[in-house]
Write a protein that binds this ligand. Sequence first.
Ligand SMILES: NC(=O)C1=CN([C@@H]2O[C@H](COP(=O)(O)OP(=O)(O)OC[C@H]3O[C@@H](n4cnc5c(N)ncnc54)[C@H](OP(=O)(O)O)[C@@H]3O)[C@@H](O)[C@H]2O)C=CC1
Ligand SMILES: O=C1CO[C@H](CO)[C@@H](O)[C@@H]1O
Length: 332
Amino acid sequence: MKTIRWGILGAGRIARKFASDLKLVEGAELIAVGSRSKASAEDFSKDFPVKYTHDSYQELAGNAEVDVIYIATPHNLHYENTLLCINNGKAVLCEKPFAMNARQAELMMSLAKEKKVFLMEALWTKFHPHFLKMQEMIGQGLLGEIRSVLINFGFKPTPPVPLRLFDPELGGGTVMDIGIYNVFMAMSILGMPDHVDAVMTPASTGVDEQCAILFRYHNGAMAQLFSTFSSNLATEADICGSEGRIRLTSRFYEPSSTIEFYKERADSVEVIPVHKEPGFGYQYEARHVNDCLRIGLTESPVIPFADTLLLMQTLDKIRAIAGIGYAADDAK
Ligand SMILES: NC(=O)C1=CN([C@@H]2O[C@H](COP(=O)(O)OP(=O)(O)OC[C@H]3O[C@@H](n4cnc5c(N)ncnc54)[C@H](OP(=O)(O)O)[C@@H]3O)[C@@H](O)[C@H]2O)C=CC1
Ligand SMILES: O=C1CO[C@H](CO)[C@@H](O)[C@@H]1O
């Protein structure tokens, strides 16, 4: 099996979790990290020893030994960091949100196509066993016709509060950081909404501190999606149909070892076990990237460009309706 040599761009919190899970991926080797500073790169390599510690993203992108780069910087940088890597011929796995808006996403995709390099949005949930099991159950018709999807994602950041959550320059706000999972989940189940409503409460910095989104569909189905940084909500999803209901509990976007299925009455639960590997859950997407690279794909069949673009376009629409804007939206 050909070893795929990984580099990580941006040595923050998620970079560490990803690096830890990469150890669970057969045929993957983390060989390099790129940081804005030498101190940050060296700090990272104390926990995750790598062959190369680069003190610039440019140097990492230019490392001839690296096959693929995982981009783990704040939202506002995904666009320029991805372009840098692709221009250096590197395959890219880019954290969510893929970009600040659909315009940036399209430019990233068209450069990847032009340079014939692999590019994928790191929407890790799409690879998780409980998500796949949920899709299988829906596909088997166990829920009947799905009429309502209710999803909450909320947490109250504890000090030191990461700057990126509230800073508009870094793409702060709930919709782009956590609401995206609600939107992704609703669209995976019901597809593109026919009507979108959204309202938000601004934080003192102007970004959305919380946001309520309503999707309506021509057949009468609805999705109600709520995200907040003001309280620790039960971050759960209810998918309700004419024949039954699935409830994804305890942080629906992370791997779970159970799915709750309610066939008839609200209290008649069947707890369906799901195999969940040790680790945070980033190994599944990394394995997929390895597989794609080994057979020379430039686009993932699981997260194709079209899906990423639809998600970005829907986020654009939600933001326009709720009044959530960023500097990137002004660029022509
Ligand atoms: N899939 C998932 O479950 C998760 C995904 N994410 C996504 O990952 C990305 C990073 O999140 P997270 O790791 O929590 O963020 P952190 O703030 O912990 O780390 C981001 C890193 O980006 C680099 N960076 C470059 N420019 C800046 C800047 N101006 N301000 C701050 N950092 C900068 C820094 O690394 P350095 O100094 O080394 O260059 C920093 O450590 C986000 O886009 C987020 O949406 C986050 C958490 C979970
Ligand atoms: O993707 C994410 C998953 O959850 C985190 C909070 O727990 C978010 O902040 C993050 O960006």
